[in-house]
Unconditional design. Structure first.
Length: 300
């Protein structure tokens, strides 16, 4: 993370204009008495707007006083979050993404346009219209290269379209937000290229009387006062009638018709066969463990 310091030149004072004071009252009212500090981030954001796009040191102190916080605590927040500008910016603050996807797609050429049209990084143009800063990923990698200007994204830039964008902003002409080519959002240029078959989005209809026949399910078991625990071991038959698995009964009936026994009966048959063939292993012939310590007496 880069070191963030306050600008060398600062105004002498800052006071809340009436519009900002009204916003502060609404923000603070969202929190219980004694928790006014919870409004510090949104109030700093609104103060930055009122101060011309950046946070002078007197404005940071004014926020701390308004919220009853120590100055250093509010300063820590303002210097930590990069959403807060600690030095003057232009009317249009250009944040150029220079992370890998944008760099591979031509961000360096966009940077050259910034240097040519505005000046060096962190410099405010002579008329106060523009300033720019290279930043980390802005989350529009699919539309690289891109910039954020104030609150809007401008994507799929070329040096030519970016120059025109800056010229239009400077002249007060309307500009297009988002992709600067024929794309819509993050779709491929020219529109979608896959999943174009209309049949993929058509709902299937069935003519009454032509539905495929299904095996007839057995009648449900009579209701009892006790609710069965379907997760207990050995309760396969209870699960057959469970509404959570309506096909369970059909599948069990088909299996029993084919093999003559359902899953539980097969499992019980395997256990009985194992016990009969190896009684000493299965434990049927073992002497029960005595109660107490649970250890056999060696003299017995």
């Amino acid at each position: 993370m880069s070191v963030r310091r306050l600008a060398a030149e600062q105004p002498e004072s800052f006071s809340f204009p009436p519009e900002l004071e009204a916003i502060a009252q609404k923000l603070i009212a969202k929190y219980p008495e004694g928790r006014q500090a919870s409004a510090v981030v949104p109030l700093l954001w609104e103060t930055q707007k009122a101060a011309g796009g950046w946070l002078p040191e007197p404005a940071i102190r004014a926020v701390a006083e308004r919220l009853g916080m120590a100055n250093i605590r509010v300063l820590e927040i303002a210097t930590f979050y990069t959403m807060f500008n600690l030095e003057p910016v232009g009317k249009y603050f250009v944040q150029l993404c220079g992370t890998t996807p944008c760099m591979l797609r031509g961000a360096e050429a966009i940077k050259h346009v910034c240097e040519k049209k505005i000046g060096h990084e962190r410099h405010v143009s002579a008329d106060g219209t523009f300033s720019w800063l290279e930043v980390e990923c802005l989350g529009a990698c699919t539309n690289a290269p891109m910039v954020q200007i104030n609150d809007d994204y401008y994507e799929d830039l070329t040096p030519e379209t970016f120059e025109k964008l800056l010229d239009d902003l400077a002249a007060g002409r309307p500009v297009k937000v988002g992709p600067q080519n024929s794309r819509r959002g993050s779709e491929p240029e020219g529109g979608p290229r896959v999943l174009l078959d209309p049949a993929l989005y058509a709902f299937a209809t069935t003519v009454p009387g032509t539905e495929p026949s299904a095996p007839e399910a057995p009648a449900p078991a009579p209701a009892t006062a006790e609710t069965p625990d379907l997760l207990s071991a050995g309760r396969h038959r209870a699960a057959e009638g469970s509404p959570a698995d309506p096909m369970g009964a059909v599948a069990a009936a088909q299996e029993k018709a084919a093999d003559g026994a359902d899953t539980r009966e097969k499992r019980e048959a395997v256990a009985a066969e194992a016990q009969a063939s190896s009684p000493s292993v299965t434990g049927s012939d073992r002497e029960p463990v005595k109660t107490g310590t649970g250890v056999r007496d060696p003299e017995e």
